[in-house]
Write a protein that binds this ligand. Structure first.
Ligand code: THU
Length: 160
């Protein structure tokens, strides 16, 4: 028996003012989009902004449904729109923010498992990593250089 240790490295920015200008602007787009989320059931709004290699910024937010599983997270709303409109473009950077109506969300909101799997698909498709920045409503912003930090041992199409 051997033990396998897998490390994930993240960068942590104290707050928005510490972000590089380009990411600050991208995160602000995510915040604007978060405020337009449709989240009447959870009262938890999430916004995502993507920077594509053609310079476009694509945004998406969570869209809930009275039949709960029919709703969709912000991250997938954004990446599926990007994939459908710009199939040949790469996603370079992704900013995510989540905020609750019940309390100030201070800890960074990382993508859920299903969104991690969906983002992984696009990293494989475009053959390059996606930088992911995520935050709550206020407080620190975490950065991952690739989805791989968030989803180690990803299911590999090579086995198909
Ligand atoms: N949500 C997202 O949009 N992204 C995530 O990564 C986590 C969860 C949404 C789904 C649901 O509308 C609400 O947040 C509460 O789970």
């Amino acid at each position: 028996m051997k033990e396998l240790k897998i490390e994930s490295i993240f960068q942590v920015y104290d707050d928005l003012s510490e972000l590089p200008k380009e990411i600050f602007l991208l995160m602000n787009k995510a915040v604007e989009t978060r405020n337009k989320a449709y989240a009447p059931y959870s009262k938890f709004r999430v916004g995502t902004a993507l920077l594509l290699d053609n310079g476009e910024i694509i945004t998406g937010n969570n869209q809930e449904n009275v039949s709960y599983p029919s709703g969709l997270c912000a991250e997938r709303t954004a990446i599926y729109y990007a994939g459908s409109q710009y199939p040949d473009s790469k996603i370079l950077k992704m900013a995510i923010t989540g905020a609750s109506s019940n309390q100030k969300t201070k800890s960074p909101i990382s993508p859920c498992g299903a969104c991690r799997q969906a983002i992984a698909e696009y990293e494989v498709k475009q053959e390059s990593p996606i930088e992911i920045y995520f935050m709550g409503e206020i407080g620190p912003i975490m950065k991952s250089n690739s989805l791989q930090n968030l989803l180690p041992l990803v299911f590999d199409k090579a086995v198909l």
